[in-house]
Design a protein around this ligand. Sequence first.
Ligand SMILES: Cc1cc2nc3c(=O)[nH]c(=O)nc-3n(C[C@H](O)[C@H](O)[C@H](O)COP(=O)(O)OP(=O)(O)OC[C@H]3O[C@@H](n4cnc5c(N)ncnc54)[C@H](O)[C@@H]3O)c2cc1C
Length: 377
Amino acid sequence: MKVIIIGASLSGLFTAYLLAKEGVEVEVYDKTDILGWPPRTLIVTRELENVLDFFPEESIINEVWYIELFSRSKSARLELSSPDLVIERERLVKSLARLAEDAGTEVKLLHQFEGFAKFGKKVAVHFRNLETNEEVQTSTDVLVGADGGLSAVSGGDSRNGHRLTALLQAKVFLHEQRDSSTCQVWFDSNHTKYFYWLIPESEQTAIVGLIADDACQTGVCLTRFLQNRHLEPLEFQSAMVPMHRFGFAGEVLSNDRNIFVVGDAAAQVKVTTVGGVVTGLHGAKALAHAILNGRNYTKALWELKIELNLHLLIRQVLNRFSQVDYDELLGLIKGEFKDILEKWNRDELTQSFLRLIWTEPRLIKLGAKALLKSFLQ
Ligand SMILES: Cc1cc2nc3c(=O)[nH]c(=O)nc-3n(C[C@H](O)[C@H](O)[C@H](O)COP(=O)(O)OP(=O)(O)OC[C@H]3O[C@@H](n4cnc5c(N)ncnc54)[C@H](O)[C@@H]3O)c2cc1C
């Protein structure tokens, strides 16, 4: 069996590695000329190690043990039971590429996917070689789109109906030396339904960013935020990230079950934090398992879908939160509720969701109030 994967980034290369090590013939194509480009600092939970089945030591630039949360007039500090990992995407992409290539995958850069056509059980795939500008055509048994939020495999701009949200972050130099094990998050619903963050890379540099619904808004808000804190940007990192939605079943693109999408291309993103690394790797694992065992990919994704849907449920409520609601929420973070937030990470919502509500029933009242207010407005 031959598998062609479009996109040599995290979800594409991990799928390639899992398939190639079981003897599948795999080719991965990417339009860029440098793996992992452009640079991006990411924060992920320790679930990264579980999903990869190894600890990606060389990609990790820092560990975060504390998260400080701020609303207009309240704050809370969480001490995590296992640290979040700050990673450099390029390093993780390169190490996954090495693993995939060692297992027999062929990685071809400067090849832009331009379309596919089905003939019988096979798929003809068209590329443009960006070095020579020549058209290239090849065929495969299985085509996988791991080509990000604007996936051409899943239909380009239609993105399978997913909404995109803008993520912008700046690398900043820290004038005062600060504790590199503490990440900070600010909720300010006047500027964004999401939040601002500061993720330390070291004692000298950090990543400061925000998520908002449109790219212009992120630019204006981030510039103001940095100016207010006398932080000078060294470089910016940005892109549009797709948002998971309820009832999505578009990860299988053909009745013959031989054209799939994974990672951001399938919007496998936690919409509370707009984090897609761990969830995209879980998607890759489910896809590789389905291809290798002739199983249904959609069914193999059910655990991930539950997790993503719980994040979406919480996001629907948070989208309606005012500054007063965030003050109230942060005021609740103590005792057993705080313990649960510290013990279970944000990739374990399936395990912690009911515990959180059971321990702090005022969450339901807070959520219901925010929903009701938004319906009455
Ligand atoms: C600034 C920023 C910060 C983020 N921070 C975090 C974070 O802290 N934690 C977290 O979990 N997530 C974070 N995310 C989200 C996370 O980066 C993505 O969810 C994840 O990288 C998606 O990986 P992927 O492999 O699915 O897709 P991508 O990394 O988008 O890879 C898609 C690949 O496909 C290639 N490609 C696209 N079109 C074509 C084509 N036509 N032909 C050939 N190749 C093509 C691209 O060149 C690219 O290499 C962040 C996103 C941004 C933008």
